[in-house]
Design a protein around this ligand. Sequence first.
Ligand SMILES: [Zn+2]
Ligand SMILES: [Zn+2]
Length: 155
Amino acid sequence: MAKNVITLNRGELARMNRLLDIKPDGCWRWKGEKTTNGYAKWSKVSGAPVRAAHRVIWEHYHQQQIPEGMQLDHLCRVRDCVNPEHFEVVTPSENTMRQNHFERNKTHCPQGHEYNEENTRITNKNKRVCRSCDRDRRRMRKDAASAEEGQPESG
Ligand SMILES: [Zn+2]
Ligand SMILES: [Zn+2]
């Protein structure tokens, strides 16, 4: 069963440790490279194939491979957290079900705006987006752009 249990050698562990930012809330935030989606990336040596860091750490910590076809459910929902205790091995359908449940049960956006009919936009991927935050982001982009030009808005 336990074929090729992936363990990290000392050097790899040391390098990995330097990339962790251990937070008081227990999350291990990743300071290394991330995917465009914000997930932690890891490669043994530069140029080696890239793997999801949380999967590598999970396998090292549990001394077993993630079973074929199974996924890690990210219990804390912090994308760049790689703490192996913040994951649970689940089937893909269980994982999707939990994510939908989690999304549906949120009544407010991360900034605390309510998801009511007026303030909510549904994307074509069937995700909810907060309109207030949309507006804030647009404004910030505009501010950043004008700051770069060195012409702060007066007024
Ligand atoms: Zn976490
Ligand atoms: Zn919002």
